[in-house]
Design a protein around this ligand. Structure first.
Ligand code: 5AD
Ligand code: FES
Length: 345
């Protein structure tokens, strides 16, 4: 399969059947070559820089019922919380002191966060930190809502498409959600000028090499600036509690493939990857990822933003994420950037 890695490296593309062969290639030589080429491409475009995004998990209330997610509305054992304005601003203050120049406000689809409320919050943060980028990750909203928040100063939006294969999408989501609407949201975000992020889980129940290939094809169509992927990890109180999770090897293979297909993309080495392997995030960085997202949420709520089991960075040591990640980035051979970290053009 080394030949396929080389072809992907040279041309940024493969045929469907080649793509599937590479996705399923489990041998060590392929893994080695993919990592070697992915790192070469990432260093050509971004050098050794790793961009930091301070993640603020603003609410664990969610009106949706995605079958894989620990904060789905039918999980009655989930603990719910919502940060108030002062708490969110103080996370930003803290993050700014730690050198972060991007704040990501992420949460479940919580009706409390109206457009008026979000626009007020966004302009307040922008006024205080004009040199910082604001990223939102608040799920599906209307075109008008995305538009207003953009006008208020939001720069980026993360909305994983989750599964580009319609059949798989409907096995992972309740009937009320449609892949069509998801995709429409993503195209709206791009049209409105957001730097847009999409992505999917690796090793989700019922996922096949075909569905992963469909995810890559969809990303080629969308051309997002950011692509977030991480292993699926079962959550004990969801319908998928008994399913097996995604593996480190497949996740790394997908990160490497993404770097070769999308040389300029911003690709995070995710907390989920760090959860399934102690050095998962370092390996992600060495296989083409160039972003990490330290958790800036107040320690008191971190356990409650409980998307999957055994999530790291939720204990008492959690105040140290920024320091911990800095050390990990350096130990993996990279350097922390103090820039906003917009996508290369
Ligand atoms: N395992 C891994 N990732 C998950 N997400 C939600 N639930 C899980 C899980 N059980 C991911 C989704 C979502 C992102 C915020 O977290 O892909 O888009
Ligand atoms: Fe949170 Fe290491 S990144 S403790």
């Amino acid at each position: 399969m080394i030949k396929l890695v080389e072809k992907l490296y040279e041309t940024q593309n493969l045929t469907d059947s080649e793509l599937k062969s590479l996705i399923t290639a489990e041998d060590g030589e392929t893994a080695y070559q993919l990592r070697f080429r992915a790192d070469e491409v990432r260093q050509r475009v971004y050098g050794k820089k790793v961009f930091l995004r301070g993640l603020i998990e603003i609410s664990s209330y969610c009106r949706n019922d995605c079958l894989y997610c620990g904060i789905r509305r039918s999980n009655f054992s989930a603990e719910r919380y919502r940060l108030n304005r002062e708490q969110i601003i103080s996370c930003c203050e803290n993050g700014y002191k730690l050198g972060f120049r991007t704040f990501v406000m992420q949460g479940g689809e919580d009706a409390f966060f109206t457009d008026d409320y979000m626009c007020g919050l966004i302009s307040e943060i922008k006024e205080k930190y004009p040199d910082c980028a604001i990223t939102l990750s608040l799920g599906e909203r209307s075109f008008e809502s995305y538009k207003r928040m953009k006008e208020a100063g939001a720069d980026r939006y993360l909305l994983r498409h989750e599964a580009a294969d319609g059949k798989l999408y409907s096995k992972l989501h309740p009937k009320e959600l449609s892949l069509e609407n998801r995709m429409e949201c993503l195209f709206s975000l791009k049209k409105l000028g957001y730097q847009t992020g999409s992505g999917f889980m690796v090793g989700a129940p019922f996922q096949t090499a075909d569905s992963l290939a469909a995810d890559l094809r969809f990303l080629q169509k969308l051309q997002p600036q950011m692509i977030g992927i991480g292993p699926f990890i079962p959550h004990r109180s969801t319908p998928f509690a008994g399913q097996t999770g995604g593996t480190l090897e497949l996740t790394l293979r997908m990160i490497g493939i993404l770097r070769l297909m999308f040389p300029k993309a911003l690709i995070p080495s995710t907390t989920a990857l760090g959860t399934i392997a102690p050095n998962g995030r370092e390996l992600g960085l060495q296989t083409g990822a160039n972003v990490v997202m330290p958790n800036l949420s107040p320690v008191s709520v971190r356990k409650k933003y409980d998307l999957y089991d055994n999530k790291i960075c939720t204990g008492e040591e959690a105040a140290e994420c920024a320091v911990c990640l800095r050390r990990r980035i350096e130990s993996a051979g990279y350097e922390v950037s103090e820039e906003r970290g917009d996508a290369a053009v």
